[in-house]
Design a protein around this ligand. Sequence first.
Ligand code: NDP
Length: 324
Amino acid sequence: MAAEEKAVPVAGTRDVVILGSGCSGLTAAIYTARANLKPLVLEGHEPGGQLSITTLVENFPGWPDGVQGPELIENMRKQASKFGAEFEMGHLVSADLSKRPIELNLGNKIIHTRTLIISSGASARWLGLPSEQALIGHGVSSCATCDGFFFSGHEIAVVGGGDSAMEEALFLTRFATKVYLIHRSESFRASKIMLERAMAHEKIQMLTNTIVEEILGVEEKSVRGIVIRNTKTGQTSEVPLSGFFLGIGHTPNAKMFHGQMDLDEDGYIVTKDQVICTHNGSPIPGVYAAGDVQDRRYRQAITAAGTGCMAALEVEKYLEEHGR
Ligand code: NDP
């Protein structure tokens, strides 16, 4: 049996540590690196964040022909490195936000930092089917705004019964010829108005008490259909389609801060002035949040980059006010 690893303190105190290497974290890294603060970026479980599993991004300003998500992220990473940002694999096990400097436990080491930018993102929930994982970016997506356009003239499905699923389904009717809205029960979490709108739409067909058992097309590397099962009758059937969207919610990656900062009922970080973290309503000095971990509403690459920039500017201001 392997001996339990002991966390060894790293000598010195960082000016800024950035948690997460998605769009918001990398933007914060570019800004703080250019301010000569030598940020340390902890890459986290999903280096590059959600963009790294997207294909073409067509709505990021400055790319008239679109850009592949992984390329956009790689470019941001290079840009941050060029100005002196440092990167480290690994993720946060626990943090003590009450101490100054702030103490971050990575399991095998403890890092001390004057300021912290939490940009650990939110992970889309997936059904957990192997075929789903294999086809992400090849017809399977968790972002209608990002990928809907690619399904012009095709039939698609959206899974979920909340507002996200309704919103995605309604948005996707702009492109798709037909949208199956698949929900595992017959009671919906969605608000009445959104549900009614979806139900009334001529292109949307509701399939309730229905679960998805398989996504077809792994060998072809593009979705060609799904196998569904009606949980009341037990009957299975195959539905031919080209796009499969998940609308079953997101999980913000902020659990490790539970009890040390204000989180909303779904675990998103509650911020003051957009990026300042609070505890019982009062700002936590030197601790900021950016990107999807604090944004349940917009969740776009450009808004994540925007709040990453804002958090970085707050860090600069804070350090300056504290004599750095
Ligand atoms: P919700 O938690 O509200 O809904 C998730 C839905 O996904 C539920 O219907 C749930 O089914 C279903 N689901 C969860 N896991 C699975 C699974 N493994 N297999 C099949 N189905 C599953 O999440 P949303 O993202 O929709 O909404 C989150 C919050 O954000 C809400 O407060 C919502 O109002 C808000 N929001 C608001 C919008 C707006 O106002 N425009 C747009 C989007 C979100 P079940 O009900 O059976 O558990």
